[in-house]
Design a protein around this ligand. Sequence first.
Ligand code: NG6
Ligand code: CA
Length: 517
Amino acid sequence: MNKIKYTFLILILLIITVSCKKAQNSNPDKIEQPPNIVIIYMDDLGYGDVSYNNSGTLKTPNIDKLALAGVRFSNGYAASSTCTPSRYALLTGTYPWREKNAKILPGTAPLLIDTAQMTLPKMLKTKGYHTGIVGKWHLGLGEGNVNWNMPIDPGPNQVGFDYSYIMAATQDRVPTVYIEDGEVVGLDKDDPIEISYEKNFPGEPTGLDNPELLSLKWHHGHNNSIVNGIPRIGFMKGGKSALWKDENMADVFLEKAQKYVIKHKKEPFFLYYAMQQPHVPRTPNQRFKGVTGLGPRGDAIAEADWSVGEFIKTLENEGLLDNTLIIFTSDNGPVLNDGYYDEAVEKNGEHTPWGPLRGGKYSLFEAGTRVPFFAYWKGKIVPSQTDALVSQIDLLSSLGQLIGSDLRTEDSQELTEVFLGKSQDGRTNLILEATSRTAFRKGNWVLIPPYKGPAVAEKVNIELGNNPTNQLYNLEDDLGQLNNLSDQYPEKLTELLAEFKAIRGSEYDQTKALELK
Ligand code: NG6
Ligand code: CA
C-alpha cells in the first residue's frame, strides 16, 4: 500500500515539474521582454479637469478607470505652463529655460531639438524599441520656413522617432495639415502650400477682414487665415486637398495610434500619443457635441476621454495591456478663453479645471504646471496615490533605468520606483517655468521671485504669478497659494533664493514679463 502511495507521489511530482518547465518554455520572453511604453499627452488639460482628482463637474470615466488602477501623482508637474517648453523638456530630459528658444513656437519655427541631442525616443531605440509619435508636435520643423511641398527634414524622425504622424504646431496655427514621416498627407502637388506668419497672401480671406465667413469667432489673436470657417494664427494658401477636418482630428489620431500599436506589437514599442484636446479651437466631433453641458471645451475633454478608452481597448484586444506601461499627463494647465468665443467661460458652471490650485495656463502659480499625472501598468503597478514630487523631465532617466539603459541627462532624475508606485522618494526640488519666468519648489515650499508685468493676463483672465516682491508659499497648508509668508519666514526665503539662483545660474532674469497679444 505504502509503495503504491510513494510511486503515486513521485509520479505527481514528475508531472508538476514537467508542466512547470513547459509553461516556462512556452512563454520565455514574458519575463525578459521590456515593457511597451505609451505616453498619453494632453494639451491644456487642467489638474481639476479629470474627475479622479475630485474636482469640478466634468466626468472622465475612462481616464479615471486607468488612474484609479495605477499610481496617481498629486504633485506631478509639466516642465512649463505652456506647450513647447513642456514638450521640449519631456523629450529631452532638460529644463526648458536652458534653451532660449523654448517658447510657444509659430508654425514656421525651425526644429528646436538639436539632432545631436539625447532624447527619450533615442534612448529607447538603443534598447531595441520601435518609436512613434502620433499627434501634436509643436517643436519646430526643418531649418525654419520649410517648403511644405517637399520632404520636411529635420523633424521628429531625425530626433528619435521611427514613425511620425503629426500636426506641425497647434490646432489654431497653420499649416492645418497632417504630416506623416515628413510629408504632408494628401497633398496635391498642383496646389502647393504657402505659409507665412508675417503677411497675408493677396486675395485670401482672413478672420479680421471676413467675419461673414466664420463659423467660430475670434476673441483675441486668431484673426489670420480661415480654414474650415475657423480663423487661425498665421497665413496659409493652397493645399486644399490636404487640409484636416477639425472635427475628425480625434478619430484620425486615435486610428493612427491604434494602427501603430497593432503594427508593432511583436517588438517593444514606445508611442507618444499627443492628443490635441482641450486646446483651442475646441472642435469635438458631432458625436460629442452637447454631451457635457459645458460647451465645446467640456465636450472635447469627453471626446478625449472616449479616445483613451478606445485606445486601451485596442491594447487589451491585442493582448498588450499586461506588458505596457502607460503614462498619462498634460503639457500645461487649463485656460477657458484662449482666443475664441466658444462658450468655455459662459458654460463652465461649477466646473473647476484648475482644481484647488491657483492660476492656470501661462501662470507661475501651481495650476500652470501641476497637471493630471499617473502611471498605469496592469498587474505591475499597485493602485495608489502619492505626494512624491515628480516632473515629466524625469521620464527620460527613469524609463532608462527601467529598461536597463544607462543614458541620462543632468536635469532628469532616476525616479523609476516612484513612477512604479513602489517608493515615495521623489525629487527634493524643482524649477517651475512659465513664459520665460521661473519659480522654485523645495519640499512643500514654493518661491516665486519678483517679476514685473501684469498680475493678471486679462484676455485669458488668469493670474500669472507676477508680483514686485518675493512670494513664498507653503503648499502643505496653503495649496491655493493665498498666504505670502516671505516676511514671516525670512530665513526660509533666503535659503530658497540661494538654492534657486544656484540652479538657475547667471542667466536668471527677473525682468521678463508675459506678452499676450
Ligand atoms: C498663444 C495663443 C493661444 C495658444 C497658445 C499656445 C494668441 C492670442 N494666443 O499665443 O491661443 O495657441 O499660444 O498654446 O494667439 S500652447 O498650449 O500650444 O502653448
Ligand atoms: Ca498646451
